[in-house]
Ligand binder design. Structure first.
Ligand code: NAD
Length: 305
């Protein structure tokens, strides 16, 4: 039988004081859940039952991996994407697990479309508690061949899209008064270039990281925590597409690009969408109760090389 809270040891085996969770953490816990290190207790920390999450670009790849983990943890998930068929496939795949999933076609770079998507989410699920700004593109174009339109498109989706979704989702979170979590999917390119031909992309991701920090400061009084995840190389449909249609860049031999990238990963494997999904669950849940304005690099150690 679990010991009462006040009888639990406060020092660990090395004599280090271990702070116990506050009693409010135990609300809704049955007597058998009360041991803070029991597996059921850990599960409660990641329980998202009753929460609503929006995942942009959630039909495939990293977004789908994130939507999966949030839905599995109990959240109602709105998948926002432009790709009709993939969106519907993902929704019906997830619904088979009994999860509450919906989807909406919206271009994150279009203000009107973002407003409608937010309205639809509130109408359907009654709240917005978690926003994952994941939709993004990464076309490779040498800077000397890059047009203004190329540059503006990447900035519009990867940076302005993050701004628009944040603005309208946070507006709802503030109105509802329950706080919230915003997670921006940046990239290791927000810190260091991974390849030539991505000047516009790197500008957008550095921008998204700067945006994350400033907005974390501004939204903290509303109990909205804003963080970023910086993935390294993750195998997704977008990455496969790039590999098939590699542009000619003098410094890059397309057949060697993945090989060269892999050689720099200390963990010796590319990442999977679920590697990001699990970190998103951490940031979306009470596991990260004292974290805002930070960026978690999830790259198998790539940036070390
Ligand atoms: P992906 O191309 O496999 O999937 C992206 C999804 O976003 C697609 O379903 C697409 O339809 C959707 N989308 C694109 N533009 C959109 C728009 N304007 N509005 C709404 N939806 C839109 O991409 P991915 O590899 O899963 O990448 C997801 C995010 O992770 C991106 O922001 C990307 O920059 C970032 N990232 C990816 C990697 C990687 O190696 N895959 C590494 C670092 C960062």
């Amino acid at each position: 039988m679990a010991k009462p809270i006040n009888e639990l040891p406060r020092l660990n085996s090395r004599g280090i004081l271990r702070r116990l969770p506050s009693e409010s953490t135990y609300l809704n816990a049955s007597s058998t859940d009360l041991h803070p290190w029991s597996s059921r207790f850990k599960y409660k920390l990641t329980d998202l039952t009753g929460k609503t999450a929006i995942v942009t670009g959630g039909a495939v790849g990293i977004g789908k991996g994130i939507a999966y983990r949030l839905a599995e943890a109990g959240a109602k998930v709105m998948i926002v994407d432009l790709a009709d068929q993939k969106r519907e496939e993902t929704v019906s795949e997830f619904k088979k697990n009994g999860w509450r999933i919906s989807s909406y076609k919206s271009d994150v770079s279009n203000e009107q479309a973002v407003k409608s998507m937010i309205d639809q989410t509130v109408e359907e699920f009654k709240s917005i508690d978690i926003l994952v700004n994941n939709a993004g593109i990464y076309p490779q174009v040498p800077v000397m061949k890059m047009t203004s339109a190329d540059f503006e498109k990447v900035i519009a989706i990867n940076l302005k899209g993050v701004f628009l979704c944040t603005k309208y989702a946070a507006n709802q979170m503030i109105k509802l008064g329950n706080g919230g979590k915003i997670i921006n999917i940046t990239s290791i390119d927000a810190l260091h270039p991974s390849s030539v031909g991505l000047a516009h992309y790197d500008a957008s991701k550095h921008g998204a990281w700067g945006f994350t920090k400033n907005v974390a400061l501004e939204l903290a009084p509303h109990k909205i925590w804003v963080n970023a995840i910086a993935p390294g190389g993750i195998l997704t449909p977008g990455v496969e597409e790039i590999q098939k249609n590699m542009p000619t860049i003098p410094e890059v031999d397309p057949s060697k690009i993945l090989e060269k990238f892999m050689a720099k990963i200390p963990m010796k494997r590319m990442g999977e969408p679920d590697d990001i999904g699990k970190v998103a669950l951490f940031l979306a849940s009470d596991m990260s109760s004292y974290i805002t304005g930070t960026q978690i690099v999830v790259d198998g150690g790539y940036l070390l090389s």
